[in-house]
Design a protein around this ligand. Structure first.
Ligand code: HH2
Length: 270
């Protein structure tokens, strides 16, 4: 077994409208089977989400989100994998944590719900704080930055400070540049190319490029499912820049590529 120098976070979307797999796993039994498949392919974390955050997505009520994610979290808890809940709502996170999740992945970095940071602090679970400019409904209209990497870095430093002030332990925090969340193609590429500047903050960095539209813009692949090779390339590049966790729909492809990348870096003494 190679030393595990990266973690794959497999995406389990229990939504009717996610951008690449909406509706496929809306039935809890199908979502659980999909999660088990991603675990078999090499996922170390399964990220269960009940609300799409794709550009233009509309918010989902908390009770509907809970009804989507809790049966799936329960069905995956107890397997040899960490279960994450992809939510911005404290009530959804609380229900998922009670059902066996131990990781809260919040694309608003605790700005969406004032209760969420305190809940994460209280439960002592892991969390991911992601950068997003604007909100999903409008975020791709006209993203603007001074220097995108400097701006994202400053934002994440501020959110770490807020989380720590709420009682979250630093060793529970992971950071994410939020690829595709209020960013042009060039913004996304700059964040990947200069990911080491975010890694320098000293927290594990999560990267979510999987099947995203900037890859379609670069390759001409209009169907998200056709962007697997492009996703692999982006993730290998991000790995060489110090990225630690890769949030992907296609776990097997990412695993093989990152094993080779890790072995090559080791052979080089890196
Ligand atoms: N991307 C998506 C959702 N959650 N979380 C983190 N930490 N990083 C990401 O890049 C990220 C995320 C969007 O992808 P997906 O879940 O496939 O689509 P949708 O939001 O439409 O459900």
């Amino acid at each position: 077994m190679p030393v595990r120098e990266f973690t794959l976070m497999g995406v389990v979307n229990v939504t009717p409208d996610s951008f690449s797999d909406g509706g496929r796993w809306i039935d809890p039994a199908a979502a659980i089977a999909h999660g088990r498949q991603l675990l078999a392919e090499g996922a170390g974390i399964l990220d269960v989400g009940g609300e799409s955050t794709r550009p233009g997505a509309l918010p989902v009520a908390a009770d509907a989100e809970i009804a989507r994610v809790v049966p799936v979290v329960s069905g995956l808890a107890g397997l040899d994998v960490q279960v994450s809940v992809d939510t911005s709502k404290a009530s959804v996170a609380a229900a998922a944590l009670a059902a066996g999740a131990s990781y809260v992945n919040d694309v608003t970095a605790f700005r969406g719900d004032p209760e969420l940071a305190g809940l994460v602090a209280d439960r002592g679970c892991d969390c991911c704080l992601m950068h997003m400019q604007g909100e999903p409904r409008t975020m791709q209209h006209a993203p603007r930055y001074g220097d995108v990497v400097d701006d994202v870095k400053a934002f994440l430093e501020g959110r770490v400070a807020a989380a720590v002030a709420a009682g979250v332990r630093e060793d529970r925090i992971q950071l994410d540049p939020g690829i595709g969340f209020g960013k042009t193609v060039d913004h996304n590429l700059a964040l990947l190319a200069r990911l080491d500047e975010l890694v320098a903050l000293g927290f594990p960095v999560v990267v979510g490029t999987s099947r995203k539209s900037f890859l379609g813009a670069l390759t001409g692949r209009t169907e998200p499912a056709e962007r697997v090779a492009a996703t692999v390339a982006a993730n290998v590049l991000a790995f060489t820049r110090g990225g630690r966790t890769f949030r992907v729909h296609d776990v097997a492809a990412a695993r093989d590529a990152l094993i080779v990348a890790a072995a090559t870096l080791r052979a080089h003494g890196a």
